[in-house]
Write a protein that binds this ligand. Structure first.
Ligand code: ZN
Length: 321
């Protein structure tokens, strides 16, 4: 049996037409180009991250799952398709993302083996005046949305919400949404890469052509009565205290402020994902200790047991419920 320790993965960077260079501020190495997504922890055919620290260095999260999944992921730590249940990303939205919506697990036209996508965002940084698109305006039903898409005025149907650093958004499948220019977010989501594009501002993609829209799928999966999306300000947390910022059937995400040594523990039910949102400090466990800083993400095996955070840190902690 391998002694459990906090796993750190080499991010997979993805070029996107709406991306930029902001992830460099976390000390991350970016390839050339407009980098929109850093897949920090992933076990998906479109991006499988590899361990870069300790005894298991070099193994992909898929191989970790096959060899150590039982001990490391915990009794509730699997997705329905047998993979790791979550996908953890950092997003740099240098330009507006397409207006989009994700399906639930039960959408019949999902590709085989693919899951629905419920996600949450924690805003790490936002330029003054930054906003996002978050849900439909009151009373917009399927015929109204279909007509608006057809007539090129879909923006009239959508709610715009101003954002600032520290805001948290819960985006259940079926919620029409878009991140907009000037925000950097940490995203915790179901392990899925299925997005239906409602509108893309008539803008050419990386290859110079208009990107495909998925109008019929979008109309099919949108939750017109609302899918239970919630948003919150997350200030006012005390030192060494957790605040639940998103709760779903797939993940529970809490925000914590580390200001002094803080003893914590994993449970046999679930791994723990730590995303360091701000600051610097240390993470120690039985048999090891390492420095941690903003932009780093860790997968703590379910069988790790006790661990301790110390320093001056804002941390997002995710588990499966
Ligand atoms: Zn999305």
């Amino acid at each position: 049996m391998t002694t459990p320790y906090p796993l750190q993965f080499k991010p997979e960077m993805k070029e996107r037409i709406w991306g930029g260079r902001a992830l460099e501020r976390f000390g991350l190495e970016l390839p050339e180009g407009a980098i929109g997504e850093g897949w920090m922890i992933g076990d998906h055919p479109n991006g499988t991250t590899k361990v870069m620290n300790g005894e298991l260095a070099g193994l992909g999260l898929d191989e970790i799952r096959e060899r150590h999944g039982r001990e490391f992921f915990g009794t509730k730590g699997y997705a329905e398709n047998g993979r790791f249940p979550l996908l953890i990303k950092l997003l740099d939205c240098n330009d507006d993302l397409s207006i989009q919506v994700h399906p639930t697990d039960s959408y019949e036209k999902l590709p085989k083996g693919e899951l629905g996508k419920t996600e949450m965002w924690y805003v790490l940084d936002a330029k003054p005046g930054a906003k996002i698109i978050y849900g439909l305006k009151e009373g917009v039903d399927r015929p109204a949305l279909a007509a608006a898409i057809e007539e090129g005025r879909v923006m009239d149907c959508l709610q715009e919400v101003p954002v600032e650093a520290g805001d948290a958004f819960y985006i259940p499948a079926g919620t029409v949404h878009a991140l907009c220019a000037g925000v950097v977010v940490a995203e915790i989501q179901q392990n899925s890469d299925t997005t239906y594009r409602v509108f893309d501002y008539n803008r050419p993609g990386l290859d110079g052509k208009l990107r495909e829209l998925h109008v019929e799928d979008s109309l099919n999966v949108t939750a017109y009565e609302g899918a239970g999306a919630t948003r919150m300000k997350t200030d006012g947390i005390g030192a060494n205290e957790w605040l639940v910022i998103a709760e779903s059937p797939y993940f529970v995400v809490e925000k914590g402020l580390v200001r002094a040594p803080w003893k914590l523990s994993t449970t046999p039910e679930s791994f723990v994902i730590l995303v360091v949102a701000e600051g610097a400090g240390t993470l120690s466990w039985e048999g090891g200790k390492q420095d941690v800083k903003a932009g780093e993400c860790f997968l703590l095996p379910a069988n790790l047991g006790g661990y301790e955070l110390d320093g001056e840190l804002t941390v997002l902690r995710s588990v499966t419920p």
